[in-house]
Design a protein around this ligand. Structure first.
Ligand SMILES: CC(C)(COP(=O)(O)OP(=O)(O)OC[C@H]1O[C@@H](n2cnc3c(N)ncnc32)[C@H](O)[C@@H]1OP(=O)(O)O)[C@@H](O)C(=O)NCCC(=O)NCCS
Length: 274
């Protein structure tokens, strides 16, 4: 455990007493946010066995930030804001293209080659190299998005600041998440998978293999699957109903890219040196 980690853990134990006057705690927390912002640390990551490891102390620092900072007033042209966290800066240095209307909060990390269409990225989120966050997509706090991912228009990636020990959403490298999907509460999409438009995925939603009829998981689409939203019959005392599920309709071979979701390179050429 690093010194910074143990200090944050101890400040978090005293969180009820924390206020913006606590300068020592604030200095530590601001250091964590600066490291998150530059990608030196992250809230969660995959280990060598492919398991999600959450660095709880980093999330605790983010929660403390809201106690340790007062509100600041900003005006941008006709727009006015009142918030505790500022926005990210310095996009040219970071090699990130940001279309007007997009906002990323400081303490999120955007890798070189990322394109933000008018979208939102919250604190603690990580977005990997060359990923596209399309129009009206939101990347919730602490969500972990891999490299070469496309979050299509209106996708909602849930955030997790609370409860303690909650696992963030993980979208692995090369995945495609179709328009208006809602992926929340620690759900996970594996490498190279394609999730069809309009899917809801959370840890209660069964993921079913269409070939075998077997439920392969809840809330986890494995690597290289093409999955769409479907429904399953459920009987209750009040009658029969159809609840949502996610159906794997096809398997891709490792490294294969689904022909319908290839991105037009011309849209991805972002003109920012990386
Ligand atoms: C998931 C997707 C890639 C599937 O494409 P595909 O592998 O070529 O599959 P098909 O189009 O042949 O569809 C297979 C079956 O799934 C159904 N299906 C396709 N997409 C679906 C979806 N999003 N939700 C539910 N069912 C879907 C089809 O009706 C078809 O049923 P059928 O076998 O009875 O005809 C595609 O339909 C999709 O959702 N693309 C994302 C579009 C998008 O979000 N674009 C982003 C713009 S910013």
């Amino acid at each position: 455990m690093s010194d910074l980690e143990s200090r944050i853990t101890s400040w978090y134990e005293q969180r009820e007493e924390m206020s913006p006057e606590n300068h020592e705690a604030r200095r530590d927390v601001e250091l964590v946010i600066a490291k998150l912002d530059d990608g030196q640390i992250r809230v969660a990551e995959l280990n060598a066995r492919g398991e999600v490891v959450v660095h709880e102390w980093v999330r605790q620092a983010i929660l403390l930030l809201f106690r340790l900072r007062g509100l600041t007033h900003y005006e941008v042209g006709p727009f006015e804001y009142l918030d505790k966290l500022e926005l990210k800066h310095d996009y040219a240095r970071r090699g990130v293209r940001v279309v007007p209307g997009a906002s990323a909060r400081r303490g999120s990390f955007l890798s070189p080659g990322v394109i933000l269409m008018p979208s939102y990225v919250n604190v603690g989120a990580w977005v990997g190299r060359d990923s596209m966050v399309d129009t009206w997509a939101t990347v919730g706090s602490c969500a972990q998005i891999g490299a070469n991912v496309h979050l299509a228009g209106g996708v909602g990636i849930g955030g997790v600041l609370e409860p303690a020990n909650a696992v963030p959403v993980v979208i692995e490298d090369d995945a495609f998440i179709g328009s208006r999907c809602m992926i929340v509460d620690g759900a996970r999409v594996g490498r190279g998978s394609v999730v069809g438009a309009g899917c809801v995925l959370n840890p209660s939603i069964p993921v079913i293999d269409a070939d075998s009829g077997v439920e392969v998981s809840r809330g986890y689409v494995p690597d290289y699957c093409v999955a769409v939203s479907a429904s399953r019959r459920r009987s209750y005392p009040g009658g029969e109903f159809f609840l949502p599920c996610v159906l794997i309709i096809r398997r891709l071979t490792e490294g294969e890219r689904h022909n319908k979701v290839a991105l037009n390179e011309i849209l991805r050429d972002h003109g920012v040196a990386t």
